[in-house]
Design a protein around this ligand. Structure first.
Ligand SMILES: Nc1ncnc2c1ncn2[C@@H]1O[C@H](COP(=O)(O)OP(=O)(O)OP(=O)(O)O)[C@@H](O)[C@H]1O
Ligand SMILES: [Mg+2]
Length: 186
């Protein structure tokens, strides 16, 4: 069993990943603590994106372990890792072009919206009925997430907040990155 101080946060332990003989990630370890900002730097092909793919569950590790708040996360599907509170962005921005900036960030709040019930996966029927009947508990829960979305967009000053009704496709490259970060965080 791990000591409590080591259990919190995101731990990568001696993780390796090869693609047909190419050692993309070789025995990498790191520990991200809550609230910490860490940069991963390295030359082209060093394995940075591969490590992100492994940490978010898109690719499977060959060896080692990944832990989120002390629980094994390697082997989990990406949506299960997301439900643990792990958000990510992509090297080439992936926004939903036809959605507004506001709706894009609300999508990022979806798991938190549903997590309050002890549920970690999306339950479309329950959500649809709550919206249709305008249930007060649901409206309060949505308002809480809208407040987080607003605060998250405002982290970028006037880059995104005044444009929140515009489609994501209208944003500059830099603002698309900001939108992706806002969607992943908060
Ligand atoms: N899906 C894959 N199939 C085969 N090889 C891959 C795959 N993904 C990554 N690689 C190889 O793994 C190595 C690490 O690539 P990766 O994209 O992780 O590097 P990076 O550090 O993100 O580079 P960059 O700075 O260019 O983004 C490279 O040799 C790459 O060609
Ligand atoms: Mg990369």
């Amino acid at each position: 069993m791990m000591p409590e101080s080591r259990a919190k946060g995101f731990i990568v332990e001696n993780v390796s990943k090869s693609f047909r003989g190419v050692h993309a990630v070789n025995g990498v370890s790191l520990h991200l603590r809550p609230g910490e900002t860490v940069a991963l730097v390295g030359p082209n092909g060093a394995g940075k994106s591969t490590l992100m793919q492994l940490m978010s569950g898109v690719d499977r590790i060959d060896a080692g372990a990944i832990l989120v708040d002390g629980a094994r996360a390697d082997g989990l599907a990406p949506e299960r890792i997301a439900a643990l509170g792990v958000g990510r962005t992509f090297q080439t921005s992936r926004v939903f072009p036809a959605l507004t900036i506001w709706d894009s960030v609300l999508i990022g709040r979806q798991l938190s919206l549903l997590r309050g019930e002890g549920r970690t996966l999306i339950d479309p029927l329950r959500e649809s009925l709550s919206v249709l009947f305008g249930l007060p508990f649901w409206r309060r829960r949505v308002a809480r997430q809208e407040a987080v979305a607003e605060a998250t967009l405002k982290l970028f000053g006037d880059r995104l907040w005044p444009k929140r009704e515009a489609q994501a496709s209208s944003l500059s490259y830099a603002n698309r990155r900001r939108l992706e970060i806002a969607r992943a965080g908060g």
